[in-house]
Design a protein around this ligand. Structure first.
Ligand code: ZN
Length: 100
């Protein structure tokens, strides 16, 4: 698997860590949320809290899916499609946070 380095803290993403992608590159969930928290206006903090909890669940789900191994080819395809769906969903939530 390719190695990703967080553009905020410069650490390499470990297995099972929750991270996402923004224009600058890969970023830990926590790094994204804390840097965004510093930039946004007070009235957007609630929105950030809600969106980051949504993103956290999506990324946890993605981590769980990535750790599953299917021996069966048909099941493997099911898992791969679920991974794609979750990457899309978490990508959308990431964009909403990025644009706050
Ligand atoms: Zn980081």
């Amino acid at each position: 698997m390719a190695e990703f380095r967080c553009h905020q803290c410069s650490k390499i993403m470990g297995t099972g860590e929750k991270f996402t992608f923004v224009r600058k590159g890969p970023v830990h969930l926590d790094c994204l949320v804390s840097s965004k928290r510093k930039e946004i206006a007070e009235e957007k903090v609630q929105e950030l809290k809600l969106l980051s909890s949504v993103l956290e669940s999506e990324l946890q789900h993605l981590v769980n899916l990535l750790s599953r191994k299917a021996d069966d080819e048909k099941l493997d395809t099911v898992i791969k499609n679920k991974i794609k769906e979750m990457e899309k969903a978490s990508g959308e939530t990431t964009r909403l946070i990025f644009e706050l």
